[in-house]
Design a protein around this ligand. Structure first.
Ligand SMILES: O=C(O)[C@@H](CO)OP(=O)(O)O
Length: 188
């Protein structure tokens, strides 16, 4: 049985230290939310799920309103907890250590911990909504780690080429990922 998950990496968000959970979208990001809705509104989506972080929810809110669906959030779909401290060059550290899945920064979690907790949610979604089409509001790194669990070719290069926003349509047969197609047209 085919189950489809549309991974929607959030639109552009103003980066402010310490506001991981609450920061919203830039003007450009808000404009791109309309494009996300346009791309997904005719796909026949049944269920909308999201990371609990505002920028992810806001990126699929237009779609939820259009389809008159609620957005269900799961704490364990949040972006990787990077560190409790301010880390200089955070993104280059994350890149350098990407394949060291047990590496964590002070007060943060490793790729492995982030992958395990997010995949537990994805497996439940695939079982509970088997045969359905699910849109999922997400973030660059946790999205890459979720996809990497099913297909290890989704790694650092994949993460680095992701846009804000971006959309990938993933086709699962039961718990196996069979196909991943990019739907965002990349005009950003
Ligand atoms: O916060 C953001 O805008 C970034 C970090 O560069 O993305 P994500 O939430 O996908 O980690």
């Amino acid at each position: 049985m085919n189950t489809i998950i549309y991974m929607v990496r959030h639109a552009e968000s103003p980066y402010n230290e310490g506001t991981e959970r609450t920061r919203g979208l830039t003007a450009k990001g808000k404009g791109d939310v309309e494009k996300i809705t346009e791309i997904l509104k005719e796909e026949g989506i049944d269920v909308i799920i999201s990371s609990p972080y505002n920028r992810a929810i806001l990126s699929i809110e237009g779609l939820a309103q259009h389809l008159e669906l609620d957005i269900e959030t799961f704490e364990d779909l949040r972006e990787r907890d990077f560190s409790s401290e301010i880390i200089e060059n955070l993104m280059s550290v994350i890149s350098d250590k990407f394949y060291d899945f047990d590496y964590s920064l002070p007060g943060g979690e490793s790729n492995s911990e982030c992958q395990n907790r997010s995949i537990a949610v994805i497996k439940n979604i695939l079982k509970e909504h088997a045969g359905k089409k699910i849109a999922l509001g997400t973030h660059g790194l946790v999205m890459t780690l979720m996809m990497n669990y099913f297909d290890s070719s989704y790694g650092l290069d994949f993460l680095n080429q992701l846009k804000k926003p971006d959309i990938y349509k993933l086709r699962f047969e039961n718990l196996e990922l069979k196909e991943g197609i990019r739907l965002w047209n990349g005009d950003v």
